[in-house]
Design a protein around this ligand. Structure first.
Ligand SMILES: Cc1ncc(COP(=O)(O)O)c(C=O)c1O
Length: 486
Protein backbone atom coordinates (compact mmCIF):
# COMPACT_ATOMS: atom_id res chain seq x y z
CA UNK A 1 0.00 0.00 0.00
CA UNK A 2 1.24 3.49 -0.81
CA UNK A 3 1.32 6.22 1.76
CA UNK A 4 -1.62 8.66 1.36
CA UNK A 5 0.77 11.59 1.70
CA UNK A 6 2.91 10.27 -1.16
CA UNK A 7 -0.17 9.68 -3.29
CA UNK A 8 -1.38 13.23 -2.81
CA UNK A 9 2.09 14.58 -3.43
CA UNK A 10 2.16 12.71 -6.72
CA UNK A 11 -1.21 14.23 -7.64
CA UNK A 12 0.11 17.68 -6.76
CA UNK A 13 3.03 17.14 -9.10
CA UNK A 14 0.70 15.96 -11.86
CA UNK A 15 -1.57 18.96 -11.30
CA UNK A 16 1.41 21.29 -11.64
CA UNK A 17 1.52 20.32 -15.34
CA UNK A 18 -2.07 21.51 -15.87
CA UNK A 19 -3.00 24.89 -17.26
CA UNK A 20 -4.05 27.25 -14.44
CA UNK A 21 -7.72 26.91 -13.52
CA UNK A 22 -7.84 30.23 -11.66
CA UNK A 23 -6.91 33.78 -12.48
CA UNK A 24 -8.60 33.99 -15.88
CA UNK A 25 -5.44 33.14 -17.82
CA UNK A 26 -7.12 30.20 -19.57
CA UNK A 27 -9.95 31.75 -21.56
CA UNK A 28 -12.00 28.60 -22.12
CA UNK A 29 -13.05 25.54 -20.11
CA UNK A 30 -12.80 27.18 -16.66
CA UNK A 31 -14.91 29.91 -15.09
CA UNK A 32 -13.31 31.78 -12.23
CA UNK A 33 -15.54 34.18 -10.33
CA UNK A 34 -12.48 35.78 -8.77
CA UNK A 35 -13.99 35.13 -5.34
CA UNK A 36 -12.12 32.34 -3.55
CA UNK A 37 -14.83 32.14 -0.88
CA UNK A 38 -17.16 30.66 -3.53
CA UNK A 39 -14.71 27.82 -4.14
CA UNK A 40 -14.40 27.18 -0.42
CA UNK A 41 -18.15 27.06 -0.04
CA UNK A 42 -18.48 24.75 -3.04
CA UNK A 43 -15.83 22.42 -1.63
CA UNK A 44 -17.54 22.21 1.76
CA UNK A 45 -20.97 21.57 0.23
CA UNK A 46 -19.57 18.99 -2.20
CA UNK A 47 -17.88 17.19 0.68
CA UNK A 48 -21.10 17.06 2.69
CA UNK A 49 -22.95 15.53 -0.25
CA UNK A 50 -20.09 13.23 -1.35
CA UNK A 51 -21.44 9.90 -0.01
CA UNK A 52 -24.92 10.33 -1.51
CA UNK A 53 -26.23 8.56 -4.56
CA UNK A 54 -28.36 10.81 -6.76
CA UNK A 55 -30.02 7.71 -8.18
CA UNK A 56 -32.75 7.75 -5.57
CA UNK A 57 -33.97 10.96 -3.94
CA UNK A 58 -36.64 9.01 -2.07
CA UNK A 59 -33.80 7.58 0.02
CA UNK A 60 -31.78 10.82 0.02
CA UNK A 61 -34.39 13.60 0.02
CA UNK A 62 -31.73 16.31 0.47
CA UNK A 63 -31.09 15.84 -3.25
CA UNK A 64 -34.61 16.73 -4.32
CA UNK A 65 -34.64 19.64 -1.87
CA UNK A 66 -31.54 21.09 -3.56
CA UNK A 67 -32.96 20.33 -7.00
CA UNK A 68 -36.18 22.16 -6.16
CA UNK A 69 -34.22 25.24 -5.11
CA UNK A 70 -32.03 25.25 -8.22
CA UNK A 71 -34.95 24.69 -10.60
CA UNK A 72 -36.96 27.43 -8.85
CA UNK A 73 -34.06 29.88 -9.14
CA UNK A 74 -33.45 29.04 -12.80
CA UNK A 75 -37.18 29.38 -13.53
CA UNK A 76 -37.26 32.88 -12.08
CA UNK A 77 -34.02 33.80 -13.82
CA UNK A 78 -35.36 32.65 -17.20
CA UNK A 79 -38.87 34.05 -16.67
CA UNK A 80 -40.55 30.65 -16.69
CA UNK A 81 -44.20 30.73 -15.66
CA UNK A 82 -46.12 28.16 -13.63
CA UNK A 83 -45.90 25.49 -16.32
CA UNK A 84 -42.09 25.47 -16.48
CA UNK A 85 -40.43 22.49 -14.76
CA UNK A 86 -37.01 20.96 -15.03
CA UNK A 87 -34.20 18.66 -13.97
CA UNK A 88 -30.60 18.85 -12.91
CA UNK A 89 -28.16 17.15 -15.28
CA UNK A 90 -24.44 16.45 -15.22
CA UNK A 91 -23.52 19.25 -17.64
CA UNK A 92 -24.25 21.07 -20.85
CA UNK A 93 -23.90 18.07 -23.09
CA UNK A 94 -26.35 16.02 -21.04
CA UNK A 95 -28.86 18.89 -20.99
CA UNK A 96 -28.61 19.23 -24.77
CA UNK A 97 -28.90 15.46 -25.28
CA UNK A 98 -32.01 15.33 -23.15
CA UNK A 99 -33.60 18.32 -24.89
CA UNK A 100 -33.20 16.45 -28.19
CA UNK A 101 -34.37 13.07 -26.87
CA UNK A 102 -37.46 14.70 -25.35
CA UNK A 103 -38.37 16.54 -28.55
CA UNK A 104 -37.82 13.38 -30.59
CA UNK A 105 -40.13 11.35 -28.34
CA UNK A 106 -42.83 14.03 -28.50
CA UNK A 107 -42.47 14.17 -32.29
CA UNK A 108 -42.91 10.41 -32.50
CA UNK A 109 -46.02 10.61 -30.35
CA UNK A 110 -47.54 13.33 -32.48
CA UNK A 111 -46.62 11.57 -35.75
CA UNK A 112 -48.04 8.07 -35.29
CA UNK A 113 -48.27 7.80 -39.08
CA UNK A 114 -44.47 8.06 -39.47
CA UNK A 115 -43.07 4.66 -40.52
CA UNK A 116 -41.27 2.81 -37.71
CA UNK A 117 -37.63 3.82 -37.66
CA UNK A 118 -38.14 7.07 -39.57
CA UNK A 119 -35.74 9.77 -38.53
CA UNK A 120 -36.99 13.25 -37.76
CA UNK A 121 -34.73 16.24 -38.43
CA UNK A 122 -32.86 18.34 -35.90
CA UNK A 123 -32.56 21.86 -37.30
CA UNK A 124 -29.71 24.01 -35.94
CA UNK A 125 -27.23 26.56 -37.15
CA UNK A 126 -23.72 25.38 -38.04
CA UNK A 127 -22.56 27.36 -34.96
CA UNK A 128 -24.71 25.48 -32.47
CA UNK A 129 -22.69 23.50 -29.93
CA UNK A 130 -21.36 20.13 -31.11
CA UNK A 131 -23.40 18.43 -28.37
CA UNK A 132 -26.37 18.62 -30.75
CA UNK A 133 -24.54 16.64 -33.42
CA UNK A 134 -23.84 14.06 -30.77
CA UNK A 135 -27.52 14.04 -29.78
CA UNK A 136 -28.62 13.52 -33.38
CA UNK A 137 -26.17 10.63 -33.72
CA UNK A 138 -27.19 9.00 -30.44
CA UNK A 139 -30.94 9.43 -30.77
CA UNK A 140 -31.35 8.78 -34.50
CA UNK A 141 -32.23 12.16 -35.88
CA UNK A 142 -30.91 13.70 -39.08
CA UNK A 143 -28.83 16.73 -38.16
CA UNK A 144 -29.73 19.56 -40.52
CA UNK A 145 -27.13 22.33 -40.08
CA UNK A 146 -28.21 25.69 -41.50
CA UNK A 147 -25.31 27.89 -42.66
CA UNK A 148 -24.71 31.17 -40.85
CA UNK A 149 -23.19 34.31 -42.30
CA UNK A 150 -19.40 34.62 -42.43
CA UNK A 151 -19.51 36.64 -39.22
CA UNK A 152 -21.38 33.90 -37.37
CA UNK A 153 -24.87 35.42 -37.57
CA UNK A 154 -27.83 33.11 -37.97
CA UNK A 155 -30.54 34.32 -40.33
CA UNK A 156 -34.00 33.60 -38.93
CA UNK A 157 -35.46 33.20 -42.42
CA UNK A 158 -32.94 30.45 -43.27
CA UNK A 159 -33.78 28.49 -40.13
CA UNK A 160 -37.52 29.00 -40.62
CA UNK A 161 -37.29 27.78 -44.22
CA UNK A 162 -36.08 24.42 -42.87
CA UNK A 163 -39.03 23.91 -40.49
CA UNK A 164 -41.09 21.11 -42.02
CA UNK A 165 -43.33 18.38 -40.68
CA UNK A 166 -40.34 16.09 -40.20
CA UNK A 167 -38.52 18.58 -37.94
CA UNK A 168 -38.65 17.46 -34.31
CA UNK A 169 -36.69 20.38 -32.90
CA UNK A 170 -35.04 23.64 -33.85
CA UNK A 171 -32.20 24.87 -31.65
CA UNK A 172 -31.01 28.45 -31.19
CA UNK A 173 -28.14 29.63 -28.99
CA UNK A 174 -28.02 32.31 -26.33
CA UNK A 175 -25.29 33.00 -27.18
CA UNK A 176 -23.40 30.70 -29.58
CA UNK A 177 -20.14 29.58 -28.02
CA UNK A 178 -17.82 30.15 -31.02
CA UNK A 179 -18.62 33.85 -31.43
CA UNK A 180 -20.85 35.03 -28.57
CA UNK A 181 -23.57 35.92 -31.09
CA UNK A 182 -27.18 35.77 -29.86
CA UNK A 183 -29.43 33.91 -32.32
CA UNK A 184 -32.79 35.38 -33.46
CA UNK A 185 -34.74 33.50 -30.78
CA UNK A 186 -38.09 35.31 -31.04
CA UNK A 187 -38.48 34.95 -34.81
CA UNK A 188 -37.47 31.31 -34.91
CA UNK A 189 -39.51 30.30 -31.84
CA UNK A 190 -42.65 32.02 -33.21
CA UNK A 191 -42.32 30.19 -36.53
CA UNK A 192 -41.65 26.87 -34.79
CA UNK A 193 -44.64 27.33 -32.51
CA UNK A 194 -46.92 28.10 -35.47
CA UNK A 195 -45.90 24.76 -36.98
CA UNK A 196 -46.10 22.81 -33.69
CA UNK A 197 -42.32 22.25 -33.62
CA UNK A 198 -40.27 22.28 -30.39
CA UNK A 199 -37.73 25.08 -29.97
CA UNK A 200 -34.79 24.75 -27.60
CA UNK A 201 -32.66 27.70 -26.48
CA UNK A 202 -29.16 26.51 -25.68
CA UNK A 203 -28.10 28.89 -22.93
CA UNK A 204 -25.59 26.42 -21.47
CA UNK A 205 -22.92 29.07 -21.88
CA UNK A 206 -24.85 32.30 -21.32
CA UNK A 207 -27.71 31.17 -19.09
CA UNK A 208 -26.25 32.63 -15.90
CA UNK A 209 -24.99 35.81 -17.58
CA UNK A 210 -27.49 37.08 -20.15
CA UNK A 211 -30.32 37.53 -17.59
CA UNK A 212 -28.26 40.41 -16.17
CA UNK A 213 -26.73 41.64 -19.44
CA UNK A 214 -28.09 45.05 -20.45
CA UNK A 215 -30.05 45.79 -23.60
CA UNK A 216 -30.92 42.35 -24.97
CA UNK A 217 -34.13 41.37 -26.78
CA UNK A 218 -36.18 38.66 -25.05
CA UNK A 219 -34.60 35.24 -25.58
CA UNK A 220 -35.93 33.12 -22.68
CA UNK A 221 -39.36 31.77 -21.63
CA UNK A 222 -40.85 35.23 -22.22
CA UNK A 223 -40.76 34.17 -25.86
CA UNK A 224 -43.87 32.05 -26.25
CA UNK A 225 -42.59 29.42 -28.68
CA UNK A 226 -39.55 28.53 -26.58
CA UNK A 227 -40.22 25.02 -25.26
CA UNK A 228 -36.97 24.25 -23.37
CA UNK A 229 -33.81 26.01 -22.16
CA UNK A 230 -30.50 24.64 -20.87
CA UNK A 231 -28.20 26.63 -18.56
CA UNK A 232 -24.99 25.36 -16.97
CA UNK A 233 -24.17 25.92 -13.34
CA UNK A 234 -20.67 24.64 -13.98
CA UNK A 235 -19.96 27.53 -16.32
CA UNK A 236 -21.13 30.97 -15.19
CA UNK A 237 -22.89 29.46 -12.15
CA UNK A 238 -19.26 29.02 -10.91
CA UNK A 239 -19.90 25.45 -9.68
CA UNK A 240 -17.28 22.73 -10.14
CA UNK A 241 -17.86 20.54 -13.19
CA UNK A 242 -20.87 18.25 -13.30
CA UNK A 243 -24.00 20.35 -13.03
CA UNK A 244 -26.46 22.00 -15.42
CA UNK A 245 -30.19 22.65 -15.47
CA UNK A 246 -32.66 21.82 -18.22
CA UNK A 247 -36.08 23.47 -18.08
CA UNK A 248 -39.15 22.51 -20.10
CA UNK A 249 -42.40 24.29 -20.72
CA UNK A 250 -45.11 21.89 -19.55
CA UNK A 251 -45.27 18.76 -17.43
CA UNK A 252 -45.86 16.42 -20.38
CA UNK A 253 -42.72 17.65 -22.10
CA UNK A 254 -40.65 17.26 -18.94
CA UNK A 255 -41.93 13.77 -18.26
CA UNK A 256 -41.05 12.70 -21.81
CA UNK A 257 -37.46 13.13 -20.71
CA UNK A 258 -37.76 10.36 -18.09
CA UNK A 259 -36.95 6.68 -18.36
CA UNK A 260 -38.82 4.34 -16.00
CA UNK A 261 -39.05 0.58 -15.94
CA UNK A 262 -40.42 -2.16 -13.75
CA UNK A 263 -39.51 -4.84 -16.31
CA UNK A 264 -36.50 -6.42 -14.72
CA UNK A 265 -35.98 -8.40 -11.53
CA UNK A 266 -34.29 -5.60 -9.62
CA UNK A 267 -35.47 -2.37 -8.00
CA UNK A 268 -37.90 -0.20 -9.97
CA UNK A 269 -35.82 2.22 -12.02
CA UNK A 270 -36.76 5.87 -12.65
CA UNK A 271 -34.10 8.04 -14.25
CA UNK A 272 -34.97 11.63 -15.14
CA UNK A 273 -31.56 11.98 -16.80
CA UNK A 274 -29.08 9.79 -18.67
CA UNK A 275 -27.07 8.48 -15.74
CA UNK A 276 -28.10 5.93 -13.13
CA UNK A 277 -26.01 6.25 -9.99
CA UNK A 278 -24.60 9.74 -9.85
CA UNK A 279 -22.78 12.09 -7.57
CA UNK A 280 -24.78 14.75 -5.75
CA UNK A 281 -21.63 16.77 -5.04
CA UNK A 282 -21.72 19.04 -8.10
CA UNK A 283 -25.41 19.78 -7.41
CA UNK A 284 -24.66 20.55 -3.76
CA UNK A 285 -21.77 22.84 -4.76
CA UNK A 286 -23.84 24.64 -7.39
CA UNK A 287 -26.79 24.91 -5.03
CA UNK A 288 -24.63 26.40 -2.25
CA UNK A 289 -23.09 28.99 -4.57
CA UNK A 290 -26.52 29.94 -5.83
CA UNK A 291 -27.87 30.36 -2.28
CA UNK A 292 -24.89 32.52 -1.45
CA UNK A 293 -24.89 34.73 -4.53
CA UNK A 294 -28.59 35.09 -5.20
CA UNK A 295 -29.67 37.24 -8.11
CA UNK A 296 -27.76 40.32 -6.90
CA UNK A 297 -24.53 38.31 -6.60
CA UNK A 298 -24.80 37.08 -10.18
CA UNK A 299 -25.61 40.63 -11.29
CA UNK A 300 -22.39 41.90 -9.62
CA UNK A 301 -20.31 39.24 -11.33
CA UNK A 302 -21.91 40.04 -14.69
CA UNK A 303 -20.90 43.65 -14.00
CA UNK A 304 -17.26 42.51 -13.79
CA UNK A 305 -17.62 40.61 -17.06
CA UNK A 306 -19.14 43.57 -18.88
CA UNK A 307 -16.29 45.85 -17.74
CA UNK A 308 -13.64 43.28 -18.71
CA UNK A 309 -15.39 42.72 -22.06
CA UNK A 310 -15.46 46.46 -22.81
CA UNK A 311 -11.72 46.72 -22.12
CA UNK A 312 -10.92 43.68 -24.28
CA UNK A 313 -13.08 44.91 -27.15
CA UNK A 314 -11.47 48.34 -27.01
CA UNK A 315 -8.04 46.68 -27.10
CA UNK A 316 -8.98 44.53 -30.11
CA UNK A 317 -10.36 47.61 -31.88
CA UNK A 318 -7.02 49.32 -31.38
CA UNK A 319 -4.89 46.46 -32.75
CA UNK A 320 -4.16 46.89 -36.47
CA UNK A 321 -4.85 43.74 -38.46
CA UNK A 322 -7.04 42.10 -35.82
CA UNK A 323 -10.80 42.36 -35.48
CA UNK A 324 -13.75 40.80 -33.73
CA UNK A 325 -16.10 38.39 -35.47
CA UNK A 326 -19.72 39.50 -35.66
CA UNK A 327 -21.50 41.40 -32.96
CA UNK A 328 -21.20 39.35 -29.77
CA UNK A 329 -23.20 39.77 -26.58
CA UNK A 330 -22.28 38.30 -23.22
CA UNK A 331 -19.10 36.65 -22.08
CA UNK A 332 -17.47 35.46 -25.33
CA UNK A 333 -15.78 37.02 -28.30
CA UNK A 334 -13.90 35.58 -31.26
CA UNK A 335 -11.02 37.40 -32.94
CA UNK A 336 -10.06 37.00 -36.59
CA UNK A 337 -7.59 38.53 -39.02
CA UNK A 338 -8.87 41.85 -40.36
CA UNK A 339 -9.20 41.18 -44.07
CA UNK A 340 -9.61 44.88 -44.81
CA UNK A 341 -5.98 45.41 -43.75
CA UNK A 342 -3.14 44.78 -46.24
CA UNK A 343 -1.87 41.18 -45.98
CA UNK A 344 1.40 42.24 -44.40
CA UNK A 345 -0.46 43.92 -41.54
CA UNK A 346 -2.92 41.19 -40.66
CA UNK A 347 -2.79 39.32 -37.37
CA UNK A 348 -3.52 35.63 -37.81
CA UNK A 349 -5.64 34.51 -34.82
CA UNK A 350 -4.00 31.10 -34.46
CA UNK A 351 -0.48 32.55 -34.59
CA UNK A 352 -1.69 35.06 -32.01
CA UNK A 353 -3.09 32.30 -29.78
CA UNK A 354 0.24 30.42 -29.98
CA UNK A 355 2.21 33.59 -29.22
CA UNK A 356 0.02 34.52 -26.25
CA UNK A 357 1.05 31.31 -24.50
CA UNK A 358 4.49 32.88 -24.16
CA UNK A 359 2.88 35.76 -22.27
CA UNK A 360 1.04 33.39 -19.95
CA UNK A 361 -2.44 33.60 -21.53
CA UNK A 362 -4.39 30.93 -23.37
CA UNK A 363 -7.10 31.71 -25.89
CA UNK A 364 -8.79 28.95 -27.87
CA UNK A 365 -8.05 28.05 -31.49
CA UNK A 366 -11.15 27.49 -33.65
CA UNK A 367 -10.53 26.13 -37.17
CA UNK A 368 -12.29 27.72 -40.12
CA UNK A 369 -15.41 25.94 -41.33
CA UNK A 370 -16.53 25.61 -44.92
CA UNK A 371 -20.36 25.48 -44.91
CA UNK A 372 -22.67 23.76 -47.37
CA UNK A 373 -23.48 27.08 -49.08
CA UNK A 374 -19.79 27.72 -49.77
CA UNK A 375 -19.48 30.42 -47.10
CA UNK A 376 -16.42 29.89 -44.92
CA UNK A 377 -16.57 30.89 -41.26
CA UNK A 378 -13.01 32.14 -40.83
CA UNK A 379 -10.58 30.51 -38.45
CA UNK A 380 -10.62 32.42 -35.21
CA UNK A 381 -9.59 32.45 -31.58
CA UNK A 382 -12.25 32.28 -28.88
CA UNK A 383 -12.05 34.18 -25.61
CA UNK A 384 -14.32 33.32 -22.70
CA UNK A 385 -14.35 36.37 -20.44
CA UNK A 386 -14.83 35.53 -16.77
CA UNK A 387 -15.31 37.93 -13.83
CA UNK A 388 -11.77 37.45 -12.52
CA UNK A 389 -10.41 38.94 -15.74
CA UNK A 390 -11.49 42.39 -14.60
CA UNK A 391 -8.65 42.31 -12.06
CA UNK A 392 -5.96 41.59 -14.66
CA UNK A 393 -7.48 43.02 -17.81
CA UNK A 394 -4.76 45.61 -18.40
CA UNK A 395 -2.09 42.95 -18.18
CA UNK A 396 -4.09 40.86 -20.65
CA UNK A 397 -4.69 43.66 -23.15
CA UNK A 398 -0.99 44.59 -23.01
CA UNK A 399 -0.13 40.95 -23.77
CA UNK A 400 -2.66 40.93 -26.60
CA UNK A 401 -1.04 43.99 -28.16
CA UNK A 402 2.50 42.65 -27.74
CA UNK A 403 1.66 39.16 -29.03
CA UNK A 404 -0.17 40.69 -32.02
CA UNK A 405 2.89 42.81 -32.80
CA UNK A 406 5.05 39.69 -32.70
CA UNK A 407 3.02 37.80 -35.33
CA UNK A 408 1.69 40.63 -37.52
CA UNK A 409 2.10 39.83 -41.20
CA UNK A 410 2.60 36.08 -40.72
CA UNK A 411 -0.05 34.23 -42.72
CA UNK A 412 -2.19 31.34 -41.47
CA UNK A 413 -0.01 28.29 -40.80
CA UNK A 414 0.55 26.11 -43.83
CA UNK A 415 -0.34 22.46 -43.54
CA UNK A 416 0.14 21.95 -47.29
CA UNK A 417 3.03 19.47 -47.10
CA UNK A 418 1.30 17.37 -44.48
CA UNK A 419 -1.93 17.47 -46.38
CA UNK A 420 -0.22 16.39 -49.59
CA UNK A 421 1.44 13.52 -47.71
CA UNK A 422 -1.87 12.38 -46.27
CA UNK A 423 -3.54 12.60 -49.66
CA UNK A 424 -0.78 10.50 -51.19
CA UNK A 425 -1.44 7.88 -48.54
CA UNK A 426 -5.10 7.84 -49.60
CA UNK A 427 -6.63 9.96 -46.82
CA UNK A 428 -7.81 12.83 -49.01
CA UNK A 429 -11.34 13.75 -50.07
CA UNK A 430 -13.41 10.65 -50.76
CA UNK A 431 -10.53 8.54 -49.52
CA UNK A 432 -10.04 6.17 -46.62
CA UNK A 433 -10.61 6.85 -42.94
CA UNK A 434 -7.56 5.79 -40.92
CA UNK A 435 -7.92 3.10 -38.26
CA UNK A 436 -6.12 3.44 -34.91
CA UNK A 437 -2.65 2.39 -36.07
CA UNK A 438 -2.72 4.44 -39.27
CA UNK A 439 -4.12 7.46 -37.43
CA UNK A 440 -1.29 7.26 -34.92
CA UNK A 441 1.30 7.07 -37.71
CA UNK A 442 -0.26 10.11 -39.39
CA UNK A 443 -0.25 12.07 -36.15
CA UNK A 444 3.42 11.36 -35.62
CA UNK A 445 4.10 12.31 -39.21
CA UNK A 446 2.37 15.61 -38.44
CA UNK A 447 4.55 16.06 -35.36
CA UNK A 448 1.52 16.06 -33.08
CA UNK A 449 1.96 12.71 -31.40
CA UNK A 450 2.15 14.43 -28.04
CA UNK A 451 0.08 17.37 -26.88
CA UNK A 452 0.93 19.58 -23.93
CA UNK A 453 -0.88 22.72 -22.77
CA UNK A 454 1.76 25.00 -24.32
CA UNK A 455 2.24 23.25 -27.67
CA UNK A 456 1.75 25.48 -30.75
CA UNK A 457 -1.50 24.51 -32.43
CA UNK A 458 -1.61 26.63 -35.59
CA UNK A 459 -0.42 23.86 -37.94
CA UNK A 460 -2.69 21.21 -36.41
CA UNK A 461 -5.64 23.61 -36.78
CA UNK A 462 -4.79 24.30 -40.44
CA UNK A 463 -4.64 20.57 -41.02
CA UNK A 464 -7.98 20.00 -39.28
CA UNK A 465 -9.55 22.69 -41.41
CA UNK A 466 -8.42 21.15 -44.67
CA UNK A 467 -8.67 17.42 -44.12
CA UNK A 468 -11.97 15.63 -44.82
CA UNK A 469 -13.97 15.72 -41.56
CA UNK A 470 -13.95 11.91 -41.23
CA UNK A 471 -10.16 11.90 -41.33
CA UNK A 472 -9.57 14.79 -38.91
CA UNK A 473 -12.15 13.31 -36.52
CA UNK A 474 -10.37 9.95 -36.57
CA UNK A 475 -7.02 11.67 -35.92
CA UNK A 476 -8.35 13.67 -32.99
CA UNK A 477 -10.04 10.63 -31.43
CA UNK A 478 -6.75 8.75 -31.74
CA UNK A 479 -4.79 11.59 -30.19
CA UNK A 480 -7.04 11.69 -27.15
CA UNK A 481 -7.26 7.92 -26.80
CA UNK A 482 -3.47 7.59 -26.79
CA UNK A 483 -3.16 10.23 -24.08
CA UNK A 484 -4.95 7.97 -21.58
CA UNK A 485 -3.59 4.62 -22.68
CA UNK A 486 -1.40 2.93 -20.06
C1 LIG B 1 -23.50 26.84 -25.89
C2 LIG B 1 -23.00 25.55 -25.30
N1 LIG B 1 -23.80 24.47 -25.29
C3 LIG B 1 -23.39 23.30 -24.78
C4 LIG B 1 -22.12 23.14 -24.27
C5 LIG B 1 -21.67 21.80 -23.75
O1 LIG B 1 -21.44 21.88 -22.40
P1 LIG B 1 -20.53 20.87 -21.59
O2 LIG B 1 -19.11 21.08 -22.06
O3 LIG B 1 -20.77 21.28 -20.18
O4 LIG B 1 -20.99 19.49 -21.84
C6 LIG B 1 -21.25 24.25 -24.28
C7 LIG B 1 -19.88 24.13 -23.78
O5 LIG B 1 -19.06 25.00 -23.93
C8 LIG B 1 -21.70 25.49 -24.80
O6 LIG B 1 -20.91 26.57 -24.84
Amino acid sequence: MSDPGDILERLRRLRAEDAPTHGGRVMSYVYDSGRPELDDLADAAARLARPLNGLDPTVFPSISAMERDVVAFAKRMLHGGGSVVGSITSGGTESCLLAVKTARDLWRRSHPEAPAGSRPRLVTTTAVHAAFQKAAALFDLDWDPVPVGASGHARASDLIARLGDDAALVVVSAPAYPTGVLDPVAEVAAAASARGISCHVDACFGGFVLPWWPGLPDWDFRVRGVTSISADLHKFGYAPKGVSVLLHRGLRRHRAQFFATTRWSGYPVVNPTLLGSKSASPLAAGWAIMQHLGSSGYADLVGSITRAAAAVRAAVDGIPGLTMLGDPVGPAIAVVADLSAPEGERVDPHRLADALVGYGWKIQHQPGLMQADGVRIPHSAHLTLTPVLEQGVHEFTAALVAASDSVRGKPQADAGMLLAGMRMLGYGDGGRVPGPAAAWRLLRLAGTGKVSPDQPMAVLMALIEQLPHEVSEALLAELLARMSEP
